[in-house]
Write a protein of this length. Structure first.
Length: 169
C-alpha cells in the first residue's frame, strides 16, 4: 500500500500535490486499468466531499461513423454504478461527445442526467484525450450541491493531461 501525506492549504495546491502523487504512482506503468484504479483511489482519498470517483472508458464503435460508440464503466470508488453510457447521454456521455469538461452544480437540472447514486447532487466530468483520441472520462460526484468549481475543473483537467498518455496502453 502506498501512503501519501497531502496537506495542501488551498485547492490549486491540493491538486498539485495529488498530481505529484499520481505522477509517482503511474510513472513507468503502462497498464491503463492499473493507472485508472490508482488515480480513482487517490482522488477518493484526498478530495473531500465525494460519493463517487472513477472512470468510464471509451469503447469505439464504427470508426467511420462513430455509431455504437459508448462509455463503459472503469475503475472507481463508491457505490456500484451504471455500466454503459451512450455518447451524448447524461453528463458523462455529454463530456465524451463534446470533449468538453462538464461542471454541473445541480445534477437534477441537467437534462438527461443519469442517476447512479441517488445521493449525488453535483458532478464534474473531464474528458481524457491522448493523441487526438478520446480514451474516456473522469467522473466525480458529490452529495453537496455546487461542490465543484472552476479550480476543481482546472485541477482535474491537469491531472487527466498527466494521466492520458499513461492510459493509452
Ligand atoms: N451521473 C452520470 C452517470 C455516472 S454516475 O454518476 C457514476 C451521468 O449522468 O452521466
Amino acid at each position: 500500500m502506498f501512503q501519501f501525506d497531502i496537506t495542501a492549504g488551498d485547492k490549486p495546491a491540493l491538486y498539485r500535490e495529488i498530481g505529484q502523487a499520481l505522477d509517482g504512482l503511474t510513472a513507468g506503468e503502462t497498464d491503463p486499468i492499473a493507472n485508472m484504479a490508482n488515480a480513482a483511489a487517490l482522488l477518493w482519498e484526498w478530495l473531500p466531499d465525494l460519493n463517487w470517483a472513477g472512470f468510464y472508458r471509451n469503447v469505439d464503435g464504427d470508426p467511420s461513423t462513430g455509431a455504437g460508440q459508448e462509455l463503459v464503466l472503469g475503475p472507481f470508488q463508491g457505490k456500484a454504478a451504471c455500466i454503459r453510457i451512450p455518447f451524448g447521454k447524461g453528463v458523462c456521455g455529454t463530456a465524451a461527445a463534446t470533449r468538453e469538461t462538464q461542471l454541473v452544480a445541480d445534477v437534477h437540472a441537467f437534462p438527461g442526467h443519469i442517476t447512479c447514486d441517488a445521493a449525488s447532487a453535483s458532478e464534474l466530468v473531464v474528458p481524457i484525450v491522448a493523441d487526438g483520441r478520446l480514451l474516456g472520462v473522469l467522473d466525480l460526484d458529490s452529495p453537496t450541491p455546487g461542490r465543484f468549481d472552476a479550480e476543481d475543473a482546472a485541477g482535474c483537467e491537469a491531472l487527466m493531461a498527466l494521466l492520458a498518455p499513461r492510459l493509452a496502453g
